[in-house]
Design a protein around this ligand. Structure first.
Ligand SMILES: [Zn+2]
Length: 300
């Protein structure tokens, strides 16, 4: 499903290149205000860095807002910015297939590189996506987001040891927000017997593991971009057998097919956030709460 966005992305990259010619940034790993320059690949990482670094960091995101990140290729100015940063945080697990190439091409030996997936308990990829061997959507687990935030905290301390206590205490505050949201919904999901939901982009395996749920995805109905009638039929059967009344849809993945399926089985379509990009002005915790509440309501 991601390939159909490639043409749009190429067009947007062209626009990005044209409009970036004047942005010759200052070099050095802190900006003029003394803040630590942190480059991140995708939106959830930006939020985690800001939650822990607060006013001591200046965060720049490489994949622009609203862009499908799976097929993204960094532009020359992104590579230059990573070269001038003090810390670079990426998701890992193939979410950014350009990382090795880009890091190999820049000369910044002091750069602190953070693979945020280090220490995460991984789930194998479903096979239908052109990702690497493991599912990269780790930030959609409140448990694993805490691990990612911990890796970021360690990197900020490494970059700026004088403020260790500041980063530790911000991390602890953020981690306890993650924990309390988890505990609230663990209790709720434990009380429902129906554990299955259907969504567009199979991004929620880690969220499912957190709460003992099971996702099935509209995206898997496709083979090489063409909807497979056999798989669509299977999904209709699945939805009927499991009393699925809601089909979740992400703005970046197959809303048309989600709508078709919903009509087929008399279900409604609800929005869900992959948080790969920031949407509707909601931050990470607000988006996670929204997702959990909508899924919970669909199972009641
Ligand atoms: Zn994804």
């Amino acid at each position: 499903m991601h390939r159909k966005f490639a043409a749009i992305i190429v067009a947007m990259i062209m626009i990005g290149v044209l409009s970036s010619c004047s942005s010759n940034s200052n070099s050095g790993s802190t900006d003029t205000s003394g803040k630590i320059k942190v480059m991140v690949s995708i939106n959830p990482l930006k939020e985690f860095v800001e939650a822990i670094g607060k006013d001591k960091v200046e965060v720049q995101m490489i994949v622009p807002e609203g862009m499908e990140p799976h097929d993204f290729e960094p532009r020359a100015k992104d590579i230059e910015a990573i070269g001038n940063a003090k810390v670079f945080v990426y998701n890992g697990l193939g979410m950014e297939n350009w990382v090795d190439r880009v890091l190999g091409s820049i000369d910044n030996r002091k750069l602190i590189v953070v693979d945020s997936s280090k220490g995460v308990s991984l789930i194998k990829a479903s096979g239908d996506e052109d990702h690497d061997a493991f599912d990269p959507h780790i930030w959609l687990s409140l448990k694993e987001a805490k691990v990612q935030a911990g890796n970021i905290k360690d990197a900020l301390i490494k970059a700026d040891g004088a403020n260790r206590d500041f980063y530790e205490s911000n991390y602890n505050a953020f981690a306890s927000q993650l924990d309390s949201l988890y505990n609230e919904y663990r209790e709720k999901f434990d009380k429902v017997t129906n554990k299955k939901f259907v969504t567009g982009h199979a991004a929620f395996a880690y969220l499912c593991r957190d709460f003992g749920l099971e996702q099935n995805s509209v995206e898997n109905v496709f083979a090489e971009g063409e909807p497979s009638a056999k798989k669509l039929k299977e999904l209709v059967e699945y939805a009927k057998n499991n009393n699925v009344k809601t089909i979740f849809s992400e703005s970046m993945a197959s809303p048309k097919v989600s709508e078709t399926l919903a009509r087929e089985i008399g279900a409604k379509v609800e929005k869900i956030y992959t948080i790969e990009s920031r949407e509707d002005g909601k931050d990470y915790l607000e988006s996670m709460r929204y997702n959990l509440e909508k899924i919970y309501n669909s199972l009641k």
